[in-house]
Design a protein around this ligand. Structure first.
Ligand code: X2X
Length: 339
């Protein structure tokens, strides 16, 4: 195109297409007008990758190839902390990230991950799709990132170990346990007198294989999709924390996209999040027998004993002070966390 940059010409073409939608559906003025990169840390077989790939295909089909959302799963573009930096700099356009790792940039985003706050999904989704989620999204927007409305599910986290099962809070004392890079994870396992090691997910398998860490904690669907059963022996069903994945757009990218493009991407990602939540819940409820068949030994625990330990160590008081009275009250009313 003479005298016009490619992007401004493409915007014109898309603008024309919007004014005359028949163009958008019947003619391909150029190749993909918008080639965008989405990254995550989950394996190909994880529902997050499966459903976001489906959404990318649906977006491409609906726009007749004008939006090409390329998917880079499994930490192909780096560890979580690297990818967050790339998102902020505009090197990556979209990224899904745990609220707790995001709290390194948006401290109050970690509120949904407080230990033993959620007894199940019955109160979780109304909270994350309601007032608590909106509070966190407003905090995220202040950082310059754009959070999509529907958070994806990671699930309720279980502790896996190589040496011995975790049956009581005291069993965690001195345990070299890998945790994602986030002060809330470190704080919680220090309250159990464990020895938490902050390691990006991309290094978890090797850190367990080389015995840098003797334990880790993740929902079963993540444990299984990353094949961690190959380097662990026990899974203790602690359900100690719920975790999700915010679908984040880099502000620089998002603000340049035309409103109709934004709308199409958000529509398909909201549908993907709903399907992914159903996938994760179904798999986390059904995978125990498949993982046990691979030699993993499961045990249940009394969550009240773990929650009492955290309370006695001042964990809840510490985080109430960090989040402030109003947000803590919102968490209590949303989750049923006892005062
Ligand atoms: O890093 C982890 O353990 C994972 C995959 O669950 C998160 O993204 C927080």
């Amino acid at each position: 195109m003479t005298g016009m940059t490619r992007r401004s010409a493409l915007k014109l073409s898309l603008g024309a297409a919007i004014a005359f939608p028949s163009i958008l559906t019947t003619t391909r003025v150029f190749g993909a007008d918008f080639t965008l990169k989405y990254a995550n840390n989950c394996p190909e077989t994880h529902p997050l990758t499966i459903r976001t790939r489906e959404a990318a295909a649906a977006i491409k089909a609906e726009t007749n190839g004008k939006i090409d959302l390329q998917v880079f799963p499994n930490s192909q573009l780096g560890g979580d902390t690297d990818m967050l930096a790339q998102l902020r700099a505009g090197g990556i356009d979209f990224f899904t990230l745990s609220p707790l790792i995001l709290s390194t940039l948006v401290p109050k985003a970690a509120v949904s991950g407080i230990g033993f706050a959620w007894s199940g999904y019955d109160r979780l989704w109304p909270a994350m799709d309601g007032k608590l989620g909106e509070f966190v999204r407003a905090e995220i927007r202040k950082s310059g990132l754009y959070p999509f409305e529907k958070i994806f599910d990671n699930g309720f986290r279980q502790i896996s170990t190589s040496g011995k099962p975790i049956k009581t809070p005291e069993d965690l004392a001195g345990l070299k346990i890998r945790v994602p890079p986030s002060s809330l994870w470190t704080s919680m396992f220090k309250a159990f007198d464990a020895a938490p090691l902050s390691i990006n997910f991309s290094e978890v398998y090797s850190s367990l294989q080389t015995r840098i860490a003797d334990a880790q904690e993740n929902p079963l669907v993540t444990f299984e999709s990353a094949k961690l059963y190959e380097v662990q022996k026990f899974v203790s069903k602690t359900n100690h924390m719920w975790d999700g994945f915010w679908f984040l757009a880099g502000g620089k990218t998002w603000n340049k996209l035309p409103a109709d493009v934004q709308k199409i991407i958000e529509k398909h990602m909201a549908a993907a999040a709903q399907k992914e939540r159903e996938d994760v819940q179904r798999l986390n409820a059904s995978l125990e027998k498949d993982i046990a068949a691979k030699g993993i030994i499961f045990n249940s625990v009394d969550p009240a004993a773990f929650q009492a330990k955290l309370k006695s160590k001042g964990f809840y008081k510490e985080w109430q002070a960090k989040f402030g009275a109003d947000l803590w009250k919102l968490l209590e009313t949303s989750s049923g966390l006892p005062e």
